[in-house]
Design a protein around this ligand. Structure first.
Ligand code: ZN
Ligand code: ZN
Length: 345
């Protein structure tokens, strides 16, 4: 039986490489060669043993690009050589949210790389129904970033962005950056992005975001008034950092009727001025991951040149250096955006 490498996180902070059989595929499945894997904030929480919903050992990898090796007899849409990515949620299909088509919030949801086997191997077997084709000219690094872009796409769809709207994005990490770009791409007339990290703000400017504010140096409220108008302010505010003070900032900067979209993942509870939410008719909107249509929208935005992914990729590590990638992230917090693992060339 043919063997492959697999990266197994045996405990927090430790990755072992083992040899396991190349997976078999069922007729509706596709055998994929793993090309690039993106490391995201949730992966980092797992590495540090701080993710509440995982147990070790586990195989990571949910932001990923592949090349199709072989398709099962029942698969029509994919052939060897195709570039694809995966919508990495495993839902039950039976619970109330699943019945309503909201399988991203399935009661029994498992996400690959967390509660289900991830892609950190040379090969991966996946149901064809969960794969999305990448353009043949898209590089594998960008292909691995369609997943985080799909998070941004869903957030912007949930916000109800319409042409001409003004959006404020709090947090300029990969998700904040992609949310800002997507808001513009989907019709926002003006976008302000705010952070305290100049490197991340510069990346946002490189990606075409016109107004990037360092809130440790400038008064964000004044910038909002100047850029959007003191009467109009922001139609939509996206919280993309999962930070308590930023959520409070979002409420305090809102005008009457502003939509506040909670994109960041919060580790703690947020005391909020609910009287203001009430009296100003604020809409506080949750958004969790994505559905497969969001991946298709994401790919379309990149193909049309409306969203740039390359400036976000700051580092690439070979598969066997997976642990080094995490150390690099820990030691260079202020100059890292997206780190990729190169599994195969
Ligand atoms: Zn992720
Ligand atoms: Zn379900």
């Amino acid at each position: 039986m043919e063997k492959m490498r697999q990266a197994v996180m045996t405990k927090a902070g430790h990755i072992d490489f083992t040899e396991v059989p190349v997976p078999e595929i069922w007729i509706e499945q596709v055998l994929l060669k793993v090309m690039r894997i993106g490391v995201c904030g949730s992966d980092i929480h797992v590495f540090h043993g701080k993710h509440p919903y995982v147990s070790f050992p586990l195989v990571q990898g949910h932001e990923v690009s592949f090349e199709v090796v072989r398709a099962g007899a029942g698969v029509k849409d994919f052939k060897p050589g195709d570039r694809v990515t995966i919508e990495p949620q495993v839902s039950c299909g039976k619970c109330f949210p699943c019945e309503q088509g909201m399988y991203n919030i399935c009661d029994n949801l498992k996400v690959i790389g967390f509660q289900a086997m991830g892609t950190a191997s040379d090969y991966f077997a996946a149901d064809a129904s969960r794969l999305v084709k990448l353009p043949s000219n898209m590089d594998f690094g960008s292909g691995a970033m369609i997943e985080p872009l799909a998070v941004a796409v869903r957030a912007v769809k949930k916000a109800g962005i319409r042409n001409g709207m003004k959006a404020l994005v709090l947090g300029a990490g990969p998700i904040g950056n992609l949310t800002a770009q997507t808001a513009k791409a989907m019709g926002a007339a003006k976008v302000i992005i705010a952070d305290i990290n100049d490197f991340r703000l510069k990346k946002a400017v490189d990606c075409g975001i016109d107004c990037a504010v360092n809130t440790s140096k400038e008064d964000l409220s004044a910038v909002v008034d100047k850029t959007f108008g003191s009467r109009e302010k922001a139609d939509v505010i996206f919280e993309c950092a999962g930070a308590v003070p930023l959520m409070q900032t979002a409420v305090s900067l809102a005008r009457k009727g502003t939509h506040i979209v909670v994109v960041g993942v919060f580790g703690e509870k947020v005391p909020m001025d609910m009287a203001l939410v009430n009296e100003s008719e604020l809409s506080v909107i949750g958004t969790a991951r994505y559905v497969i249509e969001d991946f298709k929208t994401a790919i379309g935005l990149v193909e049309k040149g409306l969203v740039k992914l390359q400036p976000l990729i700051t580092d690439e590590f070979d598969f066997l250096k997976y642990e080094d990638a995490y150390r690099h992230i820990d030691e260079n917090r202020d100059k890292v955006m997206k780190v990729l693992i190169k599994v195969n060339a």
